[in-house]
Design a protein around this ligand. Structure first.
Ligand SMILES: [Cu+2]
Length: 164
């Protein structure tokens, strides 16, 4: 549905709002303006976000982080995007019959006070079609969309394949 990376939040926000909630349209507008966040705009935050650079050039990377939720209410991430990649998906790795498999998940629950861990072998971001080659040490900004239509973003650092 979010097919083109050139589509910006300003354009997407009203559509996402229609898809997910009937909340007043002012919420995403405030978030997009980047002004000082009032307490009602409490949002999850990313701690130690990093992207795993593949050992050989490949058009995809895994993304990992701890996502904290210091807010009073539970949150859910329903999408992610980055100007550095053609597409970003929410994935889960599971071992089924001894074979590690990935599948796309529609949302990531971020319970209040608990958060969620994105890590190799578990929930992760799948970032595809990098716009430019990314090397260890480079930063890529990733934006997360919440179920209520708001969004938050963080810089993820590219680390070599063996990085943890
Ligand atoms: Cu994946």
């Amino acid at each position: 549905m979010i097919g083109r990376m050139s589509i910006r939040l300003r354009i997407l926000a009203p559509a996402l709002l229609l898809c997910t909630t009937l909340a007043p349209a002012v919420a995403p507008a405030v978030a997009a303006a980047g002004g000082p966040a009032p307490e009602t705009a409490c949002a999850p935050r990313v701690v130690d976000g990093w992207l795993r650079a593949p050992p050989v050039p490949m058009p995809m990377m895994g993304g990992f982080a701890r996502i904290e939720n210091p807010c009073a209410g539970d949150a859910a991430i329903v999408g992610a995007r980055s100007e550095a990649f053609g597409s970003v998906e929410l994935h889960e790795t599971r071992v089924v019959d001894g074979v590690s498999r990935m599948r796309e998940v529609p949302s990531l629950a971020v319970p209040a006070g608990v958060g969620v861990e994105l890590r190799p072998g578990g929930l992760h971001l799948m970032l595809m079609q990098p716009v430019e080659p990314l090397d260890a040490g480079d930063l890529a900004r990733i934006e997360f969309v919440l179920a209520d239509g708001r969004s938050f973003s963080a810089d993820f650092e590219v680390r070599a394949a063996a990085g943890r």
